[in-house]
Design a protein around this ligand. Structure first.
Ligand code: PEP
Ligand code: MN
Length: 342
């Protein structure tokens, strides 16, 4: 970090900042200039907390030189991380993985039907919520443990891996018994205690970007999971809030490419929550794959009109099939392979 002093800062102000740097165990390197002094901070292992210096007399600004995250950073780990699931599906490193299924697990028939056509279309992972974070307490909240059991059975019957959301410690402890991938939803992206908790599990974790989170905050959320010991993390862009209510969110396509550049972790897109409109899902899925993402997580329902949540954005089975065919062709142009179960 570089601490830039005000033009009118005194020698004592500079000395005070240097002492504060030394107290943190770092080394100050003052660089006197024509109008002001800048002080380089060296010898730090991790990120330096600028708030400790910003308030000192004579300090103008603190400019970070390196990113505040390390474990997720491509700078420290140039090679793509490939997350492999028990059914052989791979995400990242040239493998495109399609995850599909309903927003919520409703009943056995729904999950078996969904698993059958998701697998037949070329999907590798079955999605579905057992614990649903809903805006309204009167909306369907999910069937909990029973949903986990029947979803596991449906996934196994069709060779699919299983991803489902954990909303708190208690649900995470149940989800980890059944799922291959634990989803941290947008609303929980900055639930730091939950991130640390799933960081202790030996299961892959999807960290969805919060609806108002910067890319840096999103990467720092993933950093929590890696810092707790779990490096099987997948980043998911699922749309951010904007002023325009036409689409539910704005799928930030650029963020996919930015995150892949900044991090070695696989990056997937959720065009379902990213648009909230069934007919926009496939166009955005195509765009996301063209932008270089490593996977898609898409809502689809055997009978969307009967869905207990997010039916309006669920693809019909035939639309799901068409989408996978199209993104597979785009992946092919980019020299990527659709990852199917072994
Ligand atoms: C979901 O995947 O069903 C979900 C609630 O997603 P998000 O956290 O992105 O809103
Ligand atoms: Mn949903």
């Amino acid at each position: 970090m570089l601490i830039v002093m005000r033009a009118e800062a005194t020698d004592e102000d500079v000395a005070r900042v240097c002492r504060a740097i030394e107290r943190k165990g770092y080394e100050p390197r003052p660089i006197p200039g024509g109008t002001r002094t800048a002080i380089g901070v060296v010898g730090n292992k991790g990120a330096v907390d600028r708030s400790e210096f910003l308030g000192l007399p004579g300090v103008f600004e603190c400019i970070p030189v390196s990113a505040p995250y390390k474990l997720v950073s491509r700078e420290f780990h140039p090679v793509d991380t490939v997350v492999e699931l028990p059914n052989g599906a791979r995400i990242g490193g040239g493998y495109l993985c399609v995850m599909g299924g309903p927003c919520a697990v409703e009943d056995e028939a729904q999950m078996h039907e969904a698993a059958a056509y998701v697998a037949a279309a070329g999907g590798a992972v079955l999605r579905g919520g057992a614990y649903k974070p809903r805006t309204s307490p009167y909306s369907f909240q999910g069937h909990g443990p029973e949903a986990l059991r029947l979803m596991r059975a449906a996934a196994d019957a069709h060779g699919l891996a299983m991803v489902t959301e954990a909303v708190d410690h208690a649900s995470a402890d149940r989800v980890v018994e059944y799922a291959d991938v634990i989803q941290i939803g947008a609303r929980n992206m900055q639930n730091f205690s939950l991130l640390k908790h799933v960081g202790r599990f030996d299961k892959a974790v999807i960290v969805k970007r919060g609806m108002a989170a910067t890319i840096e905050e999103w990467l720092l959320a993933a950093e929590y999971v890696l810092d707790a010991g779990n490096d099987r993390v997948i980043l998911c862009e699922r749309g951010i809030r904007s002023f325009d209510p036409t689409t539910r969110n704005v799928l930030d396509i650029a963020a996919l490419a930015v995150a892949r550049g900044l991090s070695h972790l696989p990056v997937i897109a959720d065009p379902s929550h990213g648009t909230g409109l069934r007919d926009m899902v496939t166009p955005m899925a195509r765009a996301a794959v063209a932008a270089g993402c490593d996977g898609l997580i898409v809502e689809t329902h055997p009978r969307p009109a009967e869905a207990l949540s997010d039916g309006h954005q669920a693809l019909f089975p035939s639309q799901f099939e068409d989408m996978v065919r199209e993104v597979r062709a785009i992946a092919d142009v980019l020299g990527r392979t659709l990852s199917v179960p072994r």
